[in-house]
Design a protein around this ligand. Sequence first.
Ligand code: PLP
Length: 376
Amino acid sequence: MLYLDHAATTTMRPEALEALDEAHHRFNANASGQHSDARAAKNALEDARERAAGLLGMDQPHGIVFTGSGTEADNLAVIGASLASQRRTVAFSGIEHKAVLNAAGSLKRFGYVLHVLPVTSDGVIDRDAVSLVAGREPALVSVMLANNEVGTLQPLLEIAQQLREQDPQIVLHTDAVQAFSSQEVTFPRTGVDMISLSAHKFGGPKGVGLLAVAPGVTIEPLIHGGGHEAGRRAGTQNVAGIVAMVAAMEAAAQDRAGFTTRVGAERDAFEGVIVAQHRGAVVTAGTAHRLPHISHMRFPGVLAETFLIRLDMSGIAAAAGSACQSGAVEPSHVLTAMGYDDVATGQFVRFSFGWDSAEGDGLRAASVVLDVLRDL
Ligand code: PLP
């Protein structure tokens, strides 16, 4: 199988696997306990917090809140910061992950007003809309650094500066879940107040994430209990998972330039061959600033669902739309926000490469994809 679904989840990095295994053995105690085994687990947890904070350009490790997923980090950011604010307006781009969209949507029945920032046909946020939203005194603005379907990157620092100039009180959040493997994700580079990450997108285990919160930003906890994570997220911490996530963060951060070159070369070779040899194939947002590992393409006249099944039978794992819990393919809200109609949205497929994609995978995959297209 040629696995080209790394944006859904990627292979664990060896550094993370090793850290996970070791931490399971060495730090099995509850980090909140009073004995020496518990202290060892607590030390490992706080060491991981410090290292994660360092990687994100934070002076204080206190701002790191470990969570059970990227979804939870997004919910904590969007709902937590909105509840902590006196304001009752929340804004976000139309191409955010469902974790942000639906978290914001849940605020509606508590009287919050939602504003959706429109995007261009390339999936880049409309800057006039940013200006307009800043005038509405939002509690929070959430803009993802990179989109998980089409791979478009936002000029986040510029957007953040624009918003702050107009209204210094806005709390800014970014979902950087897809961006971490290739982009420098730090507070100074993004200009935001909160950053969400998910371990399994950059080579860590599933079911672990974090929300990094800048000093001075207040969030209401969503999960109440024993006061873990300085009262911001109760629940016994998954020390081994957290330690493995931070090991993956370090490995991914060190490998960023290499990842971009290696993976980008495979992706570009893949797209180059397909566009040259299949009439009508179009790369989505092809001229926009994009993540190096995502190739999102439209094949007019080819139904994505059928295409995916045939690809699977031919040994290629790819994705279309966003697979929901039932495994069904729903029309993509991202493509709808970019202006595509219902017929068009059913004709897009996402191929995503990863840190362990091998040299030649791009051309090998292109050859299989072209065979399947010829058959179809
Ligand atoms: N945000 C983005 C951009 C994602 O791609 C994903 C995963 O698909 C998430 C959030 C959710 O992360 P998790 O799978 O850890 O809940």
